[in-house]
Write a new protein. Structure first.
Lengths: 490, 490
C-alpha cells in the first residue's frame, strides 16, 4: 500500500500547523509535492483512495437527488470563452492558454477549463427545447487548471485542481432554481456532516461572488491555525448565463423563456479539511467510512515457537472481520512500535494487537486511533464490538471537531476604527496576545464602503443566511443593520 | 436517465456501419459530438455510466494484481518533455502547448500530457532507491490530448482521450519486467473476454512500436466494416526510460543498477468496440455486467380499471429483482412499442412485459435483447431464471462475436506483387468483389523492405506471438521466414 518515501524521524506537533500539514501529507502518503511545476502535485495511492472514498459518497448523494454524471470537454475556444463577459473578465488572469498544436500555431487559441460553465451552458442550449427537458441537473468530477499567482499550498491552493466536482442545473422558473440552491446547500451539509468537517454558511458579499452569478453562498471551515478555508460554493445565476448562451425553452403556455440556472462546486479542499480538522500530533485521523484501511492487526511476536499460534490467530481474526471491514494483518519483520507509528500516521481508525495473552484468553486488544483508548474484547463479540466502536469513533471525532470549531466563532459588538492593527486585533487573544484566528461576526451599516474598508485588512466572508437581531454600531459610527463575518482566509 | 435529444425516425442498418455507428452513439445517448472543437466530445450520462462500469471492472483486475492507483500532473514542462528524445520526437506533431498563463507568456511552455511516461518516470526516479521498492506498479485513469491530424471519429480517433488508462511498472530485473508484460497481456485478455470483445494479439513491427519502447504488443479487434482497431497496447521499455530519467536502485548485492520498465494502456476505444462488436440494427446490445440498466419492466396497460393491478404487480416484480439487478419500471404514458424501441436502442439486456394475462397467471413475459426470444416465466422462479438468462446472454453474445471475428481472419500463402491493387485485393471477397476487410496473415522474408513495401498500402499489424510453421514465399520471391498480419486499420 505504500511507496517508500524518505521520512524524517518525527512529525512536527500540530500546533506548528504549517509544518505539520506539509509533513503529514507527505509522511502519510497523500500527495507528493516535488513535481517541478508550481502548484501541480502527484496524488499517491493512499491519498487517492481517500479522495475516491470521499467523492463516491458525494456521487451517491448526487444520484439520490436526481443528478446525472457527464463529462464535458477540457478545452474551450477563445470565441466561446469571451461569450460570457463577466466570467471571461473574472478568469482573465487565471487561464492557461493553448496556442500551439504540434509544431503549428492554432488558428483559435484554446483555454484549459478553469471551470466548465461555458462548455456546459453551450450544450444546455442545444439540449433544452421545452419545459419537459427541465429541470436538467448534471455534474462532473474533473481536473481544471488556474494560473494561481498567490503562494500555492497542496490541496488548498493549487494550479491543477485535480478533483473539481461541479454541478450545473437549469430550471423552468426562478422558484425551482431557488429550491435547487437549497437542495445543493443540503447536499453539501450532508457531505460535511458525514465527514465530520464543521462549517459555517455565508452569503458572500456582492463584490466577491462568482463572476456572472446573481449571488453566491459559501461554506467555510476554520483551520487549526485560525485561518478559514472556503470548502464549497453554491451559485444562483438567474437568467444571466441562459441569456449569454441562449438557453431557451417553450413553457407550458407555449411561450419562449430563458432558463434559470444554478451551479455548485467543491474540490480536493475537502480532503485538505479532513486532514487538517481531524489530524493530531500522531498524524491523520480518518473517519471509518473514509479510511482505505479500517482495521490493522498487529501480531506481537517474540521469536518463540508460539509465534505461529499468534499469526494463525491473527489471520483468523482478520477473516472474521473482513466481511464488514477493510482489514490487513501487518506481519512485516519490524518492531510493533514502528508499526503502530506508521498506521497511526495513516489514520487507521482501529488497531488490533494480538500477543500470546490474547490467544490464550480468546480475546484481542483493541486500540482506538481517535482517543487512544485500549480495551480487551472477547472474540465472540468482536464483530459487534468493532461495529460499535466505529460508530463511536466518528461521533467522537465529530463532537471534538464541532467543539473546537464553535470555540472559534466570536461575536464582536463593534469595530473600533479603520486601522489594520485594530481590524486584526479582533482575531487576537486578549489574554495571550497571540493570533487566535477564527471567524468574528461584526455589525455593519448598509454602506458597502464600510465593508470594503474592513476588507482591506480581513476577508469578509459575508452574511449569515438566517435572520439576526442586530445590535451595535458600524465602524462609521452609524447604527449597524446587518452582521458580516470576517476572518483571515487561506 | 436521459436528455431528450432530437432523434431521427430510424437507426440506419448496421451494414451501413459508418452511419449506424454515428447514429447509435447519438441516439443511445453515449456521447454528443456537436461541441465546436474537432475531436472533443461530451459524454452523456448513459454513456458515462457504461464507461464507468467498464473501467471499474478493469480497476478491480488491476487491484487484484497489486497495481496501485495514482494521479500524476496534467502539464509537462518543455525541458522535461525533451529529456526522452525518442518520445519527444514521436509526439512532436501531436502535442498541445500551453504558452500563456493569464495575460502573460510563460517562461517555460507546458505540454498537455499526450501520455504520462514523463511525469511518471520523473517521480519514479525520486521514489526508487533500492530493490525493496521494486516492483513498483502504478496506474491512472486520466484525460490526455493529442493534436490528431487525421479525420476524427467519436471514441475511436479523438483529440481529447477522456479515459486513458495507463499503467507503468518498474522492476529489478529484465526477467521480472518480462513477466510483467505477460501479466499485463493477461489482464487485458481477461477484460476483453469479460466484455465479449474478440481480439488478436500481435507484436508490432519495430517501425511502428511506441517511441522509446524496446517492443510493443498490441490487441486488435475487427470492426463490422472490416477495418481493424487497436484496442490495447503493452510495451517493454528495457532500461531505456530508466536511463533517460535516472531511475536507479541498489540491488541485493549493493550494486547500483537501472530499473527495467513496462507500460500498458487502453482507452475509450474499448467502449467503441463494445458498441460496434455487439450492436445490431436495433441499437446497442450491452453485456449484463456493463448495462447501467439490466432489466426494464413495461406494464402493458389498456386504460381500464385493471391497469392499477398491472402497475402494482409490476412494482412488486421490480422489487423482487432489485436486490440482484438494476431494474426500472417504465410507466410513462407512451405506447409499449415506443418504449420497446427506446430500451432496445439502449441495449438493456432483459425486458419484462406485464399485462393482465401475466398478472392473472402469476407469470411474466421475458424478452432477451440478444436474440429477441420471449419466454413466459413463473414469478416464483423469476430471480433464478433471470440470473440464468443473464449468463446465457453474455455467453451468446461472446459466441456470436467470436464466430464473426474468426470468419474475418484469413491466411494467404503469398502476396503476388507490389501494386496497391494487389495488396488490397487480399481484403476483397472473391465472389462478390466487395471489400470484406478483416486480417490477413501473409508470409514474408526477413528483409524489412518487403514489409515496408506492403505497409505502403495496408497496415502491418505485426507478427503473432506464438510460433508458426511458415510456408510460402515473400513478395520478393524469396522463401518466407515469418508471418505478418495486415489489415485496413482505423
Amino acid at each position: 500500500m505504500t511507496v517508500k518515501i524518505e521520512k524524517p524521524k518525527m512529525l512536527p506537533p500540530k500546533n506548528d500547523f504549517g509544518e505539520w500539514y506539509n509533513e503529514v501529507i507527505r509522511m502519510a502518503e497523500i500527495v507528493d509535492t516535488t513535481y517541478p511545476v508550481k502548484g501541480f502535485q502527484t496524488w499517491l495511492s493512499y491519498g487517492w483512495m481517500i479522495r475516491n472514498k470521499v467523492f463516491n459518497i458525494l456521487r451517491k448523494f448526487l444520484k439520490d437527488t436526481g443528478h446525472e454524471e457527464y463529462y464535458f470537454p477540457l478545452l474551450i475556444p477563445d470565441n466561446l470563452f469571451s461569450l460570457e463577459k463577466e466570467t471571461a473578465k473574472g478568469f482573465e488572469g487565471e487561464v492557461y492558454w493553448v496556442t500551439k498544436g504540434g509544431i503549428n500555431p492554432l488558428a483559435v487559441k484554446l483555454a484549459i477549463r478553469p471551470t466548465s460553465e461555458i462548455p456546459i451552458y453551450l450544450m444546455f442550449s442545444k439540449w433544452i427545447r421545452s419545459y419537459a427537458n427541465l429541470p436538467l441537473k448534471v455534474w462532473q468530477l474533473v481536473n481544471t487548471v488556474r494560473y494561481e499567482t498567490k503562494a500555492t499550498k497542496p490541496l488548498i491552493r493549487v494550479r491543477e485542481i485535480t478533483s473539481f466536482k461541479e454541478a450545473h442545473t437549469a430550471h423552468a422558473s426562478k422558484e425551482d432554481a431557488l429550491k435547487q440552491v437549497d437542495e445543493a446547500v443540503n447536499i453539501y451539509k450532508k457531505l460535511f456532516e458525514t465527514l465530520g468537517i464543521p462549517y459555517i454558511i455565508s452569503r458572500r458579499p456582492d463584490y466577491d461572488k462568482f463572476p456572472g452569478a446573481e449571488y453566491s453562498i459559501a461554506f467555510d471551515t476554520v483551520f487549526p491555525d485560525g485561518r478559514t478555508l472556503q470548502i464549497g460554493t453554491v451559485h444562483y445565476h438567474g437568467q444571466r448565463f441562459a441569456k449569454s448562451f441562449d438557453i431557451k425553452f417553450l413553457d407550458s403556455n407555449g411561450e419562449t423563456n430563458y432558463a434559470y440556472t444554478t451551479c455548485y462546486g467543491l474540490s480536493e479542499r475537502v480532503i485538505a479539511s479532513l486532514i487538517a480538522v481531524h489530524g493530531d500530533d500522531h498524524g491523520l485521523k480518518l473517519p471509518p467510512d473514509i479510511a482505505p484501511l479500517q482495521v490493522i492487526i498487529i501480531p506481537i511476536t517474540s521469536g518463540k515457537e508460539s509465534d505461529n499460534l499468534i499469526l494463525e490467530y491473527s489471520n483468523k481474526i482478520a477473516e472474521k472481520l473482513s466481511g464488514e471491514f477493510t482489514v490487513k494483518v501487518d506481519n512485516r519483520d519490524l518492531r510493533p512500535g514502528k508499526k503502530y507509528y506508521e498506521w497511526e500516521l495513516k489514520g487507521v481508525p482501529v488497531r488490533i494487537e494480538i500477543g500470546l495473552k490474547e490467544v490464550e484468553s480468546n480475546t484481542v486488544t483493541v486500540f482506538r486511533r481517535d482517543n487512544f483508548n485500549k480495551i480487551n474484547v472477547k472474540t465472540d463479540n468482536l464483530l459487534e464490538e468493532v461495529q460499535k466502536l466505529m460508530n463511536e469513533i466518528i461521533e467522537n471525532m465529530k463532537s471534538d471537531a464541532d467543539k473546537n470549531f464553535k470555540s472559534k466563532i466570536y461575536q464582536s459588538e463593534v469595530f473600533f476604527s479603520f486601522t489594520e492593527q485594530d481590524a486584526v486585533s479582533i482575531l487576537i487573544d486578549e489574554e495571550t496576545g497571540e493570533f487566535k484566528g477564527g471567524i468574528v461576526e461584526v455589525p455593519v451599516c448598509d454602506n458597502v464602503k464600510c465593508e470594503l474598508q474592513i476588507s482591506n485588512y480581513l476577508t469578509v466572508l459575508g452574511e449569515p443566511l438566517e435572520h439576526r437581531n442586530i445590535k451595535g454600531k458600524c465602524i462609521c459610527g452609524r447604527k449597524a443593520v446587518k452582521i458580516i463575518r470576517v476572518s483571515k482566509q487561506y
